[in-house]
Design a protein around this ligand. Structure first.
Ligand SMILES: Cc1ncc(COP(=O)(O)O)c(C=O)c1O
Length: 427
C-alpha cells in the first residue's frame, strides 16, 4: 500500500471522514513561504498553517532555539519544577499583553487554553461561594475550538458542532455584531447582547469573545466600539470578560492584539497559534490578579488543571524566540503592506463578480472573499495547487492569511489564484 493510500485509509485528518475524504497533499519540506510537495511542486502558502506560521517556515533563529534547547532539556514535568524557558516566556507574555494581565497558565493547544479560561471563570465564582453564575455569554458566528466547553460557545447553528446540541453545556448567544469594522458605529447593534446580559446576568460567569475578527465561525470583522460597550456592560453587571486572541493575536489584525483596536483589557485572555511562530503546539491563558487571587483566596483555592506537557521547554524556547523575532521586525508595516495589497487586489472582485461574490473584506493580513455558494474544497484545491498556491477554503469562504514575510509578487499570485478560481467557476 503506498503512503497516500495508507494515509487515506488509516489516518484521520481535520474535519474529515473515511468515506471519500478530500485528498491530502504530501509535503516533504517547507521554506520561507513555500511548501514543497513530494512530486516536486512548490506551493505559495496563503494560510500560515492556520494563522500560526507568521515568520514563514524553516526560520534559522527558530530552528536554532529548538536545537539548543533540546541539548539541555526537551521536557520536564512542571509540577513542583520550573525552568528558564517558561520563566522568560511568561515575563514576555506579561510585558506584551494588556496591562493588568499578569498570571500565566501555559498549556498545550488553543482549545485547551479555552477550557482553562472557562474553568478559571467558573472557579472564580465557586471560590466566592456563588454557584449560580455558571453560564457563558458569547456572540453568534464565533469559534473557540473543538473540545467540549469550547464547542459550547461556538455558534450553535452555523458552526461545526450542531450535532452535539443537547449534549453540550447550554450557554447564551447574542446576535453576531452586525456593525462591520469599517462601518459607522451604531449602538443599536449591541441590543441583543445587552438584552441578554440585563436579563440573565445573575447566571453568567463570563462573556467570551474573539475580539474584532471572528475566525473559523465566519471570518467576520466587527466594530471596535462593540468591545468598549461589552466591557462597560460586564463591569456594570459584575461579569468577567474573556478574550480569545488565539487567532487574532501577534499582529494578524494590524494591531498586536485584536483588543488593541478598542483599547479594552479583558479579565482573562487566551493566546496560541502564532505563539511559537507555528513551530510547536503551545498556548497560554493569562488572567488578571483579580481573577487569580479571587480563585486562590476563596473556597476553591487550587486551580484544578495540570497538563503533562505544561510549559514544555522546547515549545517555550521557540515561543521566546518567535516573540523576539516579531517584536524586532517591522511587523506593523509588513502587515500594513499586506493589507493594502489585499485591498487593492481583492476588493475589486466584489464588483467584478457580484453574481458569485457576496462580500470581500480585508483587515490586517487577512483577506476574505465570501462567495454566494459553498466551495467544493477538493475541486478548489486541485485548481489552486495547479496554480502553485496553497489555500484551504471552508463553507462559502475563500480566504488568505499569509506569513508576514510574504513578498508582493507571491501575494499577487495568491490573489490572482483567488480571482481565477472565481472567474472559471473552479469551486
Ligand atoms: C479563536 C480560536 N480559538 C480557539 C481555537 C482552537 O485552537 P486549537 O486548534 O489550537 O485547539 C482556534 C483554532 O482555530 C481559534 O481560531
Amino acid at each position: 500500500m503506498n503512503d497516500l493510500l495508507f494515509d487515506k485509509e488509516h489516518i484521520w485528518h481535520p474535519y474529515s471522514s473515511f468515506i471519500n475524504p478530500d485528498p491530502a497533499y504530501k509535503v516533504i519540506s517547507c521554506d520561507k513561504v513555500r511548501l514543497k510537495l513530494e512530486d516536486g511542486a512548490e506551493l505559495i502558502d496563503g494560510m500560515s498553517s492556520w494563522w500560526a506560521a507568521i515568520h514563514g517556515y524553516n526560520v534559522p533563529e527558530l530552528n536554532k532555539s529548538v536545537i539548543d534547547q533540546s541539548a539541555k532539556m526537551s521536557h520536564v514535568m512542571f509540577g513542583g519544577l520550573t525552568h528558564d524557558p517558561a520563566i522568560s516566556l511568561c515575563r514576555k507574555i506579561i510585558e506584551i499583553t494588556p496591562e493588568g494581565l499578569d498570571k500565566v497558565f501555559l498549556c498545550d493547544s488553543g482549545s485547551v487554553a479555552v477550557e482553562v479560561t472557562m474553568k478559571m471563570a467558573l472557579q472564580y465564582w465557586f471560590s466566592k461561594g456563588i454557584k449560580d453564575k455558571n453560564k457563558f455569554l458569547t456572540i453568534r458566528s464565533g469559534y473557540h475550538g473543538d473540545t467540549f466547553n469550547a464547542m459550547s460557545v461556538c455558534d450553535p447553528d452555523t458552526g461545526m458542532h450542531q450535532m452535539y446540541k443537547g449534549v453540550l453545556p447550554e450557554n447564551y448567544f447574542a446576535d453576531s455584531p452586525e456593525c462591520g469594522y469599517y462601518d459607522e458605529w451604531d449602538c443599536n447593534k449591541i441590543k441583543s447582547f445587552k438584552d441578554i446580559i440585563e436579563k440573565e446576568n445573575h447566571k453568567i460567569a463570563a462573556v467570551i469573545l474573539e475580539p474584532i475578527v471572528q475566525g473559523a465561525g465566519g471570518m467576520k470583522f466587527y466594530h471596535p466600539k462593540y468591545l468598549n460597550e461589552v466591557r462597560k456592560l460586564c463591569d456594570r453587571f459584575g461579569i468577567l470578560l474573556i478574550f480569545d486572541e488565539i487567532a487574532t493575536g501577534f499582529g494578524r489584525t494590524g494591531e498586536l492584539w485584536g483588543c488593541d483596536h478598542s483599547k479594552v483589557t479583558p479579565d482573562i485572555m487566551c493566546i496560541g497559534k502564532a505563539l511559537t511562530g507555528g513551530y510547536m503546539t503551545l498556548a497560554a491563558t493569562i488572567a488578571s490578579g483579580k481573577v487569580a487571587l479571587g480563585i486562590s483566596e476563596g473556597k476553591a483555592p487550587i486551580f484544578m488543571h495540570g497538563p503533562t506537557f505544561m510549559a514544555n521547554p522546547l515549545a517555550c524556547s521557540v515561543a521566546n524566540k518567535s516573540i523576539d523575532l516579531l517584536l524586532n521586525s517591522n511587523w506593523r508595516s509588513k502587515v500594513k503592506n499586506i493589507e493594502e495589497q489585499l485591498k487593492n487586489e481583492l476588493l475589486p472582485i466584489r464588483e467584478m463578480f457580484s453574481d458569485k461574490v457576496k462580500d470581500v473584506r480585508v483587515l490586517g493580513a487577512i483577506g476574505v472573499v465570501e462567495l454566494r455558494k459553498k466551495v467544493d474544497v477538493a475541486k478548489a484545491q486541485k485548481y489552486l495547487t495547479g496554480m502553485g498556491i496553497w489555500l484551504r477554503p471552508f463553507g462559502n469562504l475563500l480566504y488568505t492569511m499569509p506569513p508576514y514575510i510574504i513578498g508582493s509578487a507571491d501575494l499577487s499570485r495568491i490573489t490572482e489564484g483567488m480571482y481565477k478560481l472565481i472567474e472559471n467557476d473552479e469551486y
